[in-house]
Design a protein around this ligand. Sequence first.
Ligand code: UD1
Ligand code: CA
Length: 459
Amino acid sequence: MLAVAILAAGKGTRMKSALPKVLQPLAGSTLVERVLASADSLQPQRRLLIVGHQAERVEQSLAHLQGLEFVVQQPQNGTGHAVQQLLPELKGFSGELLVLNGDVPLLRAESIAQLLSKHRSSGADVTLLTARLEDPTGYGRVIADGDGKVSAIVEHRDCSEEQRLNTLTNAGIYCFNWKALAEVLPKLSTDNDQGELYLTDTVAMLPKAMHVEVADADEVTGINDRRQLALCESMLQERLKEHWLMEGVTFTDPASCTLSEGCSFGRDVVIEPQTHLRGRCQIGDGCRLGPGTLVEDAVLGERVRVIHSVVREARVGSDVAVGPFAHLRPGSDVADHCRIGNFVELKQSQLGEGSKVNHLSYIGDADLGRDVNVGAGTIIANYDGVRKHRTSIGDRSKTGANSVLVAPIVLGSEVTVGAGSTLTKDVPNGALALGRSKQLIKEGWSGLKGAVQQKPTQD
Ligand code: UD1
Ligand code: CA
């Protein structure tokens, strides 16, 4: 039996943030989500999250996850105190308890699996993950012998000068034999610099403690301040881009681009400089994104070209060109072979295959058929000041430049709208609609004006 407990009750004072530390974002998900994901591959029987500081907010952010048990630690009197809260929860439990610090987000599932298998084969009461760090400042130092046996962990602030030279650090990832831990947990004391109950003190109290050194020390970087958050973000970005480079994605300037873990790419995708993909994105074969583009929670078909544009919560078919300077807002659904040009905004709108909105338009709450040509400066007036209304335009219709379509309105198929029209009434199939004042010509106007302005002659 395996239970996993994640320590996520701390405030994260050093972040200097209104947001609890474990909810800080990293490459599109929160620290705690990452830690949970790294443990999930072990398929534990129980998953317990220890919450305290802004507990409700942390719980809410994870409400979508099933089978997660929240245990409240109030007040937060240290990592040992946090795990003490599990005593009633895990009464009668026999098996291993994997404890993960909620602020160690780069840990790989394989490293946890290794820790678990070492723990099982050595029969230790506790096995912890360690790392040799060039700069171990702030981390607990692990006192161990050459056979991997650990005698104690001393927190940085409680270390002697000599102990500080020890570069073997505690990663904050432990596998305990729960029964043995439950025996010693009540005996923890606050006899340390912070006056807290330290989980790390249990290591010296248990008969057999072992450690496993992680191969890649970057994995166990803990996040206490924004400097470390930025460091982890850049390490994670590097990992992600390296992965996709190996999968056949071209980045012309990888350093200027960012990705989230929820992104997937087809073959021969080119990501040009200053392009950012966030949330869940699915990018098809042969797409070319950027320069200067933001894509968030969007699905793009094949060979889509997006330049200097923003695409959010939208779906785009194949062979579509977007931009420069287009904005596809949530609910945009663009079919194959469409063209969305300069300074065009789309929102909650569908475009049928082959339709074009090339210049300076707002298309909101509208359904456009196939091969519709939206003239430059066409605006859909979807909002009457109280409510939004929908507009529908049939196949092969055309709107002239500077048309205003006042919703709700239905234009049939093969409709032509004269340039500069403001339409408030539905238009049947095949009709020409003009909604503008007739052109007036006054011949000789300039001469006439000249005559009026002439000063009267005095005689
Ligand atoms: C801890 C370890 C240190 C290790 C480092 C690795 C202890 C005493 N020290 O130090 O040896 O090198 O992690 O990153 O454990 N938390 C609670 N309740 C509390 C206090 C903390 O749930 O009362 C949670 C925090 O939200 C955080 C985690 O425990 O996710 C670690 O706490 P933190 O204060 O960051 O410990 P460190 O000083 O980094
Ligand atoms: Ca920490």
